[in-house]
Ligand binder design. Structure first.
Ligand code: EPU
Length: 339
């Protein structure tokens, strides 16, 4: 267990904002997790758990507490039959390495979530998703340290209460209660089912693709993302900065009458692309207080030269205000803030 003192949060998160954290602990095995919490308890400090920092923003005043970084590694095949694979990975594994492993073995279920930055342990927390797949569709269980009861637990999917970008781990009274040490998914031999998500279909049409094997979908998605989304190694960003807007059937009917394009699910509920709303407000490519609305995907904010959280907050207020004024929708932030 490695303990560091006074570490800049801006060096831990891809958005590169945030002052000093009092302590940062890297845990490399499940056994070290209770030890890290005990350290925080002894010092009477709160704990914040982080994976790759790809969806996290720090405040200028930093964090007067202990940030625990999940560095627990390992991938294990629990069961492999003719048509399915049950794969368990430790929480500190790089998400995309896990996806690559599954695709190379020829299994489908997470290939459309290729090239998403971050760790495996963080994936169920916000129920990551892309191009028609989401973690909720394949997850079987997680192993976690329950900080309330002080013991390790195995939690199965129904207990995780997963919704769009939301779960028991980041919502409600159990938010922050569980430290996820491993994630188990079940994948199938075969291919993604059509119809494909529209931006993926567009790529398929333009390139005349006919091979929909997990490895080839992975290649396509990686290419689409490289083209549209900033590489966190080179550009400071937290990916999609706003959530898309989910509407009940009645709300969707009203929005549609008002001329707002939306996607409906089988129950008639709708989803409005927040990127479209931002673009329609004329903000795509615009820079405010050193924060740029990506000119390739308006949902993505890039930290070009923002000096502080206050700069980000000012840019955010301008975007949220413009969309609210024109369309009456209040955009919700996707990345979490360390507090
Ligand atoms: N659109 C615009 N203008 C834009 C961007 C998008 O009009 O600048 C409209 C277009 O109609 C486009 C549609 O929005 O066809 C969908 O755009 P895209 O496929 O880029 O997806 P998104 O809704 O912007 C979501 C996820 C992404 C995920 C993609 C692909 C959220 C908050 N974001 O973005 O996830 O990669 O779909 O499935 O749900 C992330 O969460 O960090 C993230 C990158």
């Amino acid at each position: 267990m490695q303990i560091r003192e006074k570490v800049l949060i801006s060096e831990l998160v891809t958005m590169r904002l945030g002052g000093e954290a009092r302590y940062v602990i890297e845990v490399e095995s499940a056994e070290e997790v209770p030890e890290a919490y005990a350290f925080a308890r002894e010092k009477n400090l709160p704990v914040w758990v982080m994976g790759g920092g790809a969806n996290t923003i720090g405040y200028d005043e930093g964090y007067d507490g202990v940030i625990i970084l999940n560095k627990i590694k390992g991938v294990e095949v629990l069961d492999e039959s003719d048509n399915s694979l049950v794969l368990k990975g430790m929480g500190g594994e790089v998400w995309d390495d896990f996806v690559k492993y599954a695709c190379e073995k020829g299994y489908s279920g997470i290939e459309a979530m290729s090239a998403i930055p971050g760790t495996l342990g963080a994936a169920p927390v916000q129920n990551i998703g892309a191009y028609g797949q989401e973690v909720a569709q394949v997850i079987e269980s997680v192993e976690a340290y329950d900080t309330k009861e002080g013991k390790f637990v195995t939690m199965r999917k129904p207990e995780m209460e997963m919704q769009y970008r939301r779960s028991r781990f980041n919502h409600g009274e159990d938010r922050g209660r569980f430290f996820i040490t491993s994630v188990t998914v079940k994948l199938y031999k075969g291919e993604m089912q059509q119809p494909f998500y529209n931006s993926l279909q567009k790529y398929i049409d333009e390139h005349g693709e006919t091979d929909f094997s997990p490895e080839n979908i992975r290649r396509m998605v990686t290419e689409i993302r490289a083209d549209k989304l900033p590489d966190p190694e080179k550009v400071a960003s937290a990916g999609s900065f706003f959530k898309n807007i989910t509407l009940s059937k009645d709300e969707a009917d009203i929005a549609e009458e008002g001329g707002i394009p939306l996607h409906r699910n089988a129950n008639g509920e709708g989803k409005v692309n927040s990127g479209w709303l931002i673009e329609e407000c004329g903000l795509k490519g615009k820079t405010m207080q050193g924060i740029r609305v990506s000119d390739k995907a308006a949902l993505v904010l890039i930290n070009e030269s923002a000096k502080s959280y206050a700069d980000l907050a000012a840019a955010r207020a301008e975007i949220v205000g413009a969309v609210a004024e024109k369309y009456g929708f209040v955009l919700e932030q996707e990345p979490v803030e360390i507090k």
